[in-house]
Design a protein around this ligand. Structure first.
Ligand code: PLP
Length: 390
């Protein structure tokens, strides 16, 4: 069965009533027939049928053995880091999601877990950073917001030779475009808040493991620490996933058109999009992704925060907000929004310029989105005649 068919038919509704949609089991506990004798469910922190349906769906989509649903992407990150002990070490991608960076530096380092950050788009950097006590290599590919791409299979080979597991935060690509377990990854994380749920209406996180043994360990943390996804949010996430294939392909198609258009604009300096042949990791992206996703970032020739802020407040279809992956197009200014707490030096080093703008392309007509960007450039020229090129 092909993936887009599985998306729809993996989950059945309710056998008893014929309901075609997965029921929402809004219950905290389950009646037992005798002490310890239940019908597969005993207490809803441990397991809930609606959540279980989502968990098996994501495991299937990622090609893993087990899936687990959490209250947010960061709760999923947290559950994975809790596999480690004090004295363990993580090698992480340097432009890691800000929230993951915050929990690594302000929570886990305090508990004795060390983290080294390297540019994982060159696997040699990973090889050099791995130590005796390295337990995890933590990747995101593509990254946020500069869309760097890392060679997942090359890094898995390096990490496994040194007995480290590879975790891939697959939020930006989604399993529609990239399934890291096929390239050797051990654990997959999602902020399902983004492409999987896809409608900017729920916060959710998912973990998928390659093996049942790792699955058992995540399951233990999930039950022991309790950061589970509730039944209604599980249902919303399932409903989102059912249309993920349509949405993500359309978003990728539109994003490629928009990225090419941006490249030809005189106001635009650098365009970061893995689908462009000019992207430094384009070949690797082509090897491991089916398409290039719905996020683009670009900087302006007038590389100032003021120019970018004017731009992001003037678009009409692209709405100014954090987050990405939904049906409505969004844009943001990383230097003053998502990466505000990243020190300026660190930010510039990671390729996030003063004027970098991040677009999350929705499912509107690409032509309308391009018109919106074009109108914004025109209105900026009008409002700042002194900046007009001679
Ligand atoms: C948003 C995001 C997260 C965190 O997910 P939440 O659902 O907001 O907790 C983690 N990783 C990446 C790459 C993200 O974009």
């Amino acid at each position: 069965m092909r993936r887009e068919t599985k998306l729809i038919h993996q989950i059945s509704g309710c056998g008893e009533t014929g309901a075609i949609s997965t029921p929402i089991y809004q219950t905290s506990t389950f009646v037992q027939d005798a002490p310890g004798v239940n019908r597969g469910y005993d207490y809803a922190r441990s397991n809930n049928p609606t959540r279980a349906a989502l968990e098996s769906l994501i495991a299937e989509l990622e090609g893993g053995s087990n899936g687990y649903a959490f209250a947010s992407g960061l709760a999923a990150v947290d559950a994975v880091v809790k596999l480690l002990s004090a004295g363990d070490h993580i090698v992480a991608v340097d432009d890691i999601y800000g929230g993951s960076y915050r929990s690594f530096t302000h929570i886990y380092e305090k508990l004795g877990i060390e983290v080294s950050y390297v540019d994982t788009s060159d696997p040699v950097n990973v090889a050099e950073a791995i130590r005796e006590n390295t337990k995890l290599v933590w990747l995101e590919s593509p990254t946020n917001p500069t869309l760097k791409v890392s060679d997942i299979s090359a890094i898995c080979e390096i990490a496994h030779r040194r007995n480290a597991l590879v975790v891939v935060d697959n939020t930006f690509a989604s399993p529609i475009l990239q399934r890291p377990i096929e390239f050797g990854a051990d654990i997959i994380i999602h902020s399902a808040t983004k492409y999987l749920a896809g409608h900017s209406d729920v916060i959710a996180g998912l973990v998928v493991t390659k093996t049942p043994e790792l699955g058992e360990q995540i399951k233990f943390v999930q039950n022991a620490t309790g950061g589970i996804l509730g039944p209604f949010d599980s249902w919303l996430t399932i409903r989102g996933i059912e249309t993920a294939d349509l949405r993500v392909r359309k978003q990728s198609e539109s994003a490629l058109k928009i990225a090419r258009w941006l490249q030809s604009q005189p106001e635009v300096d650098i365009v970061n999009y893995p689908g462009l042949v000019t992207h430094p990791n384009h070949e690797v992206a082509k090897k491991q992704q089916e398409a290039f996703g719905g996020v683009i970032s670009f900087s302006l020739v007038d590389d100032t925060q003021d120019a970018a802020i004017e731009f992001v407040t003037k678009t009409e279809l692209f709405q100014l907000a954090e987050s990405l992956g939904g049906v409505k197009s969004l844009l943001c200014h990383p230097a003053t929004m998502t990466h505000k707490s990243t020190p300026r030096e660190h930010r510039l080093q990671a390729g996030i310029h003063e004027s970098t703008v991040r677009l999350s392309v929705g499912i509107e007509a690409a032509e309308d989105l391009i018109e919106d960007l074009q109108n914004t450039f025109v209105s900026l020229q009008k409002s700042e005649p002194c900046l007009e090129k001679a």
